[in-house]
Design a binder for this molecule. Sequence first.
Ligand SMILES: *[C@@H]1O[C@H](CO)[C@@H](O)[C@H](O)[C@H]1NC(C)=O
Ligand SMILES: *[C@@H]1O[C@H](CO)[C@@H](O)[C@H](O)[C@H]1NC(C)=O
Length: 200
Amino acid sequence: MAPCLRLVLLLVLLGPSSSACRFRIPPHEQVARVARFVAHRCDWTSMATVSTHSPVVGQPFSNVFSVSDGPPGTSSGVPYLYLTRMEVSVQDLQVNPQASMSMSLAQTDYCRQHGFDPQSPLCAHIILSGSVLEVNGTEAEFAKKALFSRHPEMIDWPKDHSWFFAKFNITQVWVLDYFGGVKTVSPEEYFQASPHRKSA
Ligand SMILES: *[C@@H]1O[C@H](CO)[C@@H](O)[C@H](O)[C@H]1NC(C)=O
Ligand SMILES: *[C@@H]1O[C@H](CO)[C@@H](O)[C@H](O)[C@H]1NC(C)=O
C-alpha cells in the first residue's frame, strides 16, 4: 500500500484534525485552500525587501528565511519569522517594512514526484505581498512554538544576536497552481480557508 494511502486510512480512523498525508493538495480551483496548503507545507521562503545597501539602494533584494505558520498540522496561515537586526534584509525592513515572499511546493517532494518543473504553475507556488511586523505577547509565544517545532536548530542560535519574532502581515496573495495565469486571493479569503480536508 502506498504510504500516502495508508496515512489517509489512518486519518479516517483517527479523525479529521490531523494533517497526516503530505501531498494531499487541495483541488486547484479552491485557490485559497491551495495557498494555505503551500504556506503550511513550506519551511522556508525567498523574501524580497527594498534594499538599503550600496550599490543596490532602492532595488529589490531577495533572501532566504526559515518560516512557519504553525507546528505541523496546526496552520495559522501567518508566516512567522525569527529575525535579528544584524541581518542584511532585516536592516532593509527597519527602513521599509514592505516585502514580498514566495513559497513553492518545489521544496517538498510533490513537484519532483509528479515531474513538475518549479516554474510550471502545476508545481503550486504562492507570492505574498505585505509587510513584516514584530510580534510580542501571546502571538510571539505562538510564533516561537511554530518556528522552534519545525526549526529546532533555532533554539541554539547565538543569544547575543537579539533575536525577535515577527510575522508577515499579508495584504495580497498571488497563486500559481494551474494554467491560465496568476490568481489573487484576498487576506480574508485566505484566512477563512482550510488547508486540509475538513473530514477524511
Ligand atoms: C510589542 O511591544 C511593544 C513594546 O515593547 C509595543 O510598542 C508594540 O505595540 C507591541 N506589538 C504588538 C503587536 O503587540
Ligand atoms: C496588515 O494587513 C492588513 C490586511 O490583511 C491591512 O489592512 C493592514 O493595514 C496591515 N497592517 C500593516 C501595519 O501593514
